[in-house]
Structures are given as structure tokens and as C-alpha cells.
Ligand binder design. Sequence first.
Ligand SMILES: NC(=O)c1ccc[n+]([C@@H]2O[C@H](COP(=O)([O-])OP(=O)(O)OC[C@H]3O[C@@H](n4cnc5c(N)ncnc54)[C@H](OP(=O)(O)O)[C@@H]3O)[C@@H](O)[C@H]2O)c1
Length: 270
Amino acid sequence: MIRVALTGALGRMGAVMRRELRRQEDMQLVVAVSHRLPGLELTEEDRQSLQGVRLVTALDEVDAGGLDVVLDFSTPEAALEYAAYAGGHRLPMVLGTTGFSPAQLDELAERLAAVPCLVTPNMSLMMNIVFRMVANATVVLADYDVDVEITERHHRGKRNAPSDTALKLAQIVAEKRHWPFPEVVCGSRWGRSGARPEKEIGIQCVRGGDIFSEHQVCFAGLGERIEIVHRAHSLSSYARGAVKALRWIVRQPPGVYDLLDMLGLSEVLY
Ligand SMILES: NC(=O)c1ccc[n+]([C@@H]2O[C@H](COP(=O)([O-])OP(=O)(O)OC[C@H]3O[C@@H](n4cnc5c(N)ncnc54)[C@H](OP(=O)(O)O)[C@@H]3O)[C@@H](O)[C@H]2O)c1
């Protein structure tokens, strides 16, 4: 049985994770951490999904001996605190939180140096297949005079722009083209005149209503184009990926991994 502590437990992803974890026969949610306690009124659904789960305000209140892994969907600042606990108590960790600055990512790696941890901007298995498709298309089209443009769409409440997933897509293209990243990324062409520079990857961010996460990568060539689109229909695609990540990370040696490592896609093809 894999005993899980969930941080950011009362957030949107936290709610979906609580439901998904209950469906797993080999996993048990033993601790749920919410920084909004006490004083928070739980919904009936919250109460049901937290039955038999210890609900705490801080991970420090918990004896790490009763845990096998920490799963985090919170904020970068909070995730760093939770990572200090996981690293300090030698617990593997899976992080779905996005929006880390480069300095925060370095800090995260330092805090988790002694344990296996999986960090990914996108827990969806299908999105990770798109990462690989984009890498392969970039390599095959290297000398084909093709511009790459990325469009991401999200709900109005999303905190960071561009999404980490869009940035990862741009990073993949830049790496395969041996271009400096993030210098080649263009976030806005407002007010700019003249032709599109060749050495550029555009990212457009759309925010509105309750749009579910959508990422499109357009390889715009001459006389033709390819558009690779991933649309998430619900948060369950991330929850299902996170469950697989938990099962995988507890068997890994210390190190920093992402979902492509878990899928065995980090080195295939190109
Ligand atoms: N990798 C992926 O595939 C993926 C998919 C979806 C979302 N995400 C990312 O996961 C994160 C959470 O997303 P969400 O949609 O669940 O957001 P959300 O509903 O806003 O939940 C975020 C949660 O973070 C916790 N939090 C906020 N401020 C905090 C603080 N000062 N100290 C401690 N905890 C704090 C809160 O949980 P408590 O009140 O329970 O502490 C809050 O509910 C975001 O970074 C999002 O981009 C990643």
C-alpha cells in the first residue's frame, strides 16, 4: 500500500486527486494538508472524500514514518515548504505545481536532492506524447523553412502566463534547433513592424471564462502547415497521470525526473 500525503488538498486539483486516490486499490490518502484550516467550512463532498484521512494545516504536524510519498498541487512558495519536509524526511515527492521561477526550481532541486522527485508542468500522458511529437517534428523539419507558433488557452483564473506547458513546448523546439532559450521566445508582437524574424518561437496566451487547458503547436511551412493540438476535457487527465507518477516514483533512486522519464520517452526516436 502506498501511503500518500496530499498538499494543496482543498484546491481544484486537490479535490480531483482525493477522488482519484480513493479509486486506487494500492494507494491510501492518509494525510491531506490545507493551509486554510482551521475555520474553513468543508463541503459535503470534501467531508466524504476526507473520511479516514488526517486533515492538517501543516505537513510538519505529521510523523513522516506513516508516509511513503508526498503529492503536491499548490503554489510555488508552498510547494517549496512541502519539498523541505519531503527532502528532510527522505520521502519521494511528485509535484504538479507550476509557475516556479528558475531560482525556485534550483531551490526545489536542492531541497529534494536526497530523494526521487518527479516534477512536470503537465501530468497528462497525452500531453507528454505531444512533447515527444513536437520534438520529432522539429528534428525532421530542421531544413524545411518552417516557423513554429504556440497558442495556449486557459480559464480566467490561471495565475501564470505563459503556461509552463507552453514554455516547455518552446524549450523543446529551441533545444532541437540549437537556439538560445528563452531568448528566442516572442510573447507579443504588438506594435512591432517588419517581417517575422526566422529565429523566433511565438507564444500566444488566451485567458477567459472557464476554458479548459488547450495547447496548439503550429509548424507553419510554405504551402502547408501542421497543427498539433492537445485539449484537456477535465482535470481527471492530470489526476490519472499523477497516480501513475506516484506508483513509479516510489521505486526510483534519488534524482529529478519528469513524466517523459516515467513513460520511457526521454530518449526514444530523436
Ligand atoms: N502539472 C499539471 O498537470 C497540472 C494540472 C493542473 C494544475 N496544475 C497546477 O497545480 C497548481 C494547483 O492548481 P489548482 O487548479 O488546484 O489551483 P487552486 O484551486 O488555486 O489550488 C491551489 C491550492 O494551493 C494551496 N495554497 C494556496 N496558497 C497557499 C499558501 N500560501 N500556502 C499553502 N498552500 C497554499 C491551496 O490549497 P489548500 O488550501 O488546501 O492549502 C489552494 O487551494 C497550480 O500551480 C496549477 O498550475 C498542474
